[in-house]
Design a protein around this ligand. Structure first.
Ligand code: GAP
Length: 471
């Protein structure tokens, strides 16, 4: 297991500026979270890695940034108005409202709970004697479909015509721009369009820190292909592997805390012919980290053609008489869940030789919020001046994120940097300024490695080059 409990991570995140409770000065707003300075940096790095891996480094992929608010017909066409619903049950005693399938999961398992029909949920809750988490009563109403889309109105009139939804997935922005992208970007099948952005779902039971929230961020790709030229099962397997290696090799999550899970037939979303999730072993059990891939067929483009009346066909450039609606593979990742899993996975408590315990976030250096910390050994003016000079030099000469820390003893500062996962600390000591040879030669500094705790003495003139190589 990575972090011993979610609470220890929540507390570290608050203490060290990764994630704060939302609207805290007003007593909070349930299940909303704000990314602090370090959390924002970490999340941006995750998004940048995703963009570099899937958009910049591939000739068959382009990016998009579409609107959150879209014509309400988009969601009629996509099936979300009718189908994007969870089974809502109410406790007859305290009137608490819950997601019936989630109440059943611990008893009957995720797979079995996911495939229950609406009219089976109440029966199963009663048969399994599931108690209300609020009051303990075991008296449940029948399950109702609860649509998870947030509604609002655009403009000054609050009538049906002005109704808009906050998008529950970023994917539809890609489908509605399919034609624009084909017409402007000279893309030939197979090709993919990726985008990163906020999505909103009025979840019945949010919780477990940032795992299930009502506002979250997605990184989604729609990968369009010709079903006559590309075998979908082969492509499906390829995307599973790419998603797996993104989580393990790019984000650095330990493969032993991950597993792939195929959706049962009855569990599939209304648009999918096959879905495989990547699950992470969270402290509260295995949970969906991302949809490694879903095969959405030509469902969405066909629906948009039907409802909008616009031609969504692709013309085969090798056979211009052949027009067809492409099929699509969709790897869909939740950025917040990846950040959460990366933090949990990195959380390590270690016994040191002096029998102290240190908490160290062994984040992959590529996603650590700070690359390097510069620490003057003491607050003596000439040491601080030298360290500040060095800070400016490293910031100017490299692209690294550099922290400058003078508060507290050097031991405390090392602990602080360990807790935020800074891979390298540079200590400026009396050796550096030529006042104590025992600490080191003049114009040299110590680089300390976060994980091995090994220290290395480096010439100031070589420092930026060295840091560029090792960070
Ligand atoms: N376009 C397909 C789609 O949206 P999904 O499985 O519903 O598929 C994809 O969502 C990913 O979005 C999930 O694997 C998860 O990482 C993230 N996600 C979904 N609902 C979420 C929520 N309420 N809070 C945080 N992340 C969520």
């Amino acid at each position: 297991m990575p972090a011993p409990s979610l609470d220890s991570l929540v507390s570290l995140c608050k203490r060290r500026g990764f994630i704060f409770p939302g609207s805290e000065i007003y007593g909070g707003l349930a299940n909303t979270w704000d990314y602090g300075p370090l959390g924002a940096e970490l999340k941006n790095r995750v998004k940048r890695l995703w963009w570099e891996t899937f958009i910049h480094k591939r000739a068959d992929m382009v990016g998009l940034d579409s609107s959150i608010l879209m014509n309400q017909k988009v969601w009629e066409a996509s099936g979300h108005v009718t189908n994007f619903a969870d089974p809502l049950v109410e406790c007859r005693n305290c009137h608490g409202r819950f997601r019936g399938d989630k109440l059943l999961e611990p008893r009957i398992g995720v797979e079995a709970a996911a495939i229950l029909k609406l009219d089976q949920v109440q029966k199963m809750l009663l048969a399994e004697k599931i108690a209300c988490p609020n009051c303990g009563a075991k008296d449940w109403t029948e399950a109702k479909k609860f649509n998870m889309m947030f509604k609002t109105h655009q403009g000054v009139l609050e009538d049906e015509a002005a109704l808009v939804y906050l998008r529950p997935e970023t994917a539809q922005g890609i489908f509605v721009n399919f034609k624009n992208i084909v017409d402007t970007m000279r893309m030939r099948l197979p090709f993919g369009v990726g985008q990163i952005g906020k999505a909103f779902r009025n979840e019945i039971t949010p919780g477990n820190f940032t795992f299930r929230t009502r506002e979250f961020e997605q990184m989604e790709i729609e990968y369009f292909f010709d079903p006559e030229r590309t075998e979908w099962k082969k492509l499906f397997e390829e995307w599973k592997k790419m998603s797996w290696s993104f989580m393990t090799e790019m984000i650095g999550i330990d493969a032993k805390n991950l597993r792939l899970r195929d959706h049962e037939k009855d569990e599939l979303s209304h648009y999918s012919r096959g879905t495989t999730d990547i699950e992470y072993q969270f402290p509260f059990g295995w949970g969906e980290l991302a949809a490694a891939v879903a095969y959405r067929t030509d469902f969405d483009l066909s629906q948009h053609e039907k409802v909008s009346g616009q031609d969504m066909n692709y013309t085969d450039p090798d056979d211009p008489g052949r027009k067809f609606i492409p099929h699509v593979m969709e790897p869909s990742y939740g950025t917040d869940r990846i950040v959460l899993a990366a933090l949990l996975d990195a959380y390590t408590e270690e016994k040191l030789e002096n029998s102290e315990t240190r908490v160290v976030m062994k984040l992959k250096p590529e996603i650590a919020p700070v690359d390097v910390a510069i620490l003057p050994l003491s607050k003596k003016e000439n040491l601080i001046n030298k360290a500040q000079e060095l800070y400016k030099k490293v910031v100017q000469e490299t692209d690294l994120v550099v922290d400058f820390d003078v508060t507290g003893s050097i031991g405390k500062r090392y602990r602080r940097q360990d807790e935020i996962g800074t891979p390298k600390c540079i200590t400026v000591d009396f050796g550096t300024i030529g006042e104590d040879e025992k600490q080191g030669a003049k114009d040299t500094v110590t680089i300390r490695d976060r994980d091995s705790l090994k220290q290395e003495r480096v010439q100031l003139g070589e420092l930026s080059d060295k840091l560029r190589r090792i960070c």
